[in-house]
Design a protein around this ligand. Sequence first.
Ligand SMILES: Nc1nc2c(c(=O)[nH]1)N[C@H]1C(S)=C(S)[C@@H](COP(=O)(O)O)O[C@H]1N2
Ligand SMILES: [Mo]
Length: 312
Amino acid sequence: MLIKKISDITENEVTDKSLYLSRRDFIKRTTLTSAALAAGFSFIPNAYGGLNIVKKTNMAIGEKVTKEKAAKSYNNFYEFTTDKEDVKKLMENFPTDPWEIEITGLVNKPLKFSIDEVKRFAGTEERIYRLRCVEGWSMVIPWNGFSLSELIKKCEPLSTAKYIQFVTKLNKKHMPGVRSNVLDWPYIEGLRMDEAMNPLAMLVFGMYGDELPNQNGAPVRVILPWKYGFKSIKSIVRIVFTDEQPATSWNIAAPDEYGFYANVNPKVDHPRWSQARERRIGRFGKIDTLPFNGYAEQVANLYKGMDLRRFF
Ligand SMILES: Nc1nc2c(c(=O)[nH]1)N[C@H]1C(S)=C(S)[C@@H](COP(=O)(O)O)O[C@H]1N2
Ligand SMILES: [Mo]
């Protein structure tokens, strides 16, 4: 068997089911064996960090992963505060257990799942993705979870379901930020169904091999690496399948500044600042922003024939 380094694993393999299965078995066995040897145990419940990772994909090849500490202490979570460095502390007592995700709207069976049930829908992967905030900074983060499509398939959406809406928990007692009217609460986001089904779209419950910290959206969020960070909604409690384009918090707040699509696009500036370059957290200077944040090959076809200036 040919053993590839993580850096050799290409994006194509996100969709390659046969490779996925063999790699999954392979990684499971090797991590167990080497970990077992190192620890001197015959039984290792979790092979890596707190999560059992069965597949690794690097979608930011050649780039340094952002320091874990930085990724976990510089956060946008407006329900708590607009100060990125204060989110973590303000969320210390945010209750995330028990937690249910409710699926409603245009589905065969409206369902409720606990987080533990959701985690068993597919093998937990690690995917290194760039995350580009609309404010002009970015990080490279190893996320843990699996394709959002795995959850969608479980819900059997009707053929009339053309969009999917996500809703963040609203907990007034624990969320001091919702006293401000900077956004409409709860925080809501949405995707077109084909965007949500794209293999890059990820349902995330961990990062750096461990459970998602509160400040990064515990217990479950989505990560959409080709879109500006505000689309990657945190701490989700409800998913609604609809036949109409759903409203989104940032679009309601400032429709001229934040569109529904929010695909990373260096050629379309935000009305108040350029989007051509970005500041990678932990690096000096700025780097060029890439169309679709570098994931054009995987997602550009979703927007064929669309005027990306109009549908920003
Ligand atoms: N519910 C909710 N989700 C949210 C936000 C928020 O304020 N509330 N901020 C978004 C923005 S602007 C960004 S850049 C990312 C930041 O994710 P991170 O803190 O894990 O890096 O989360 C997004 N998801
Ligand atoms: Mo952001």
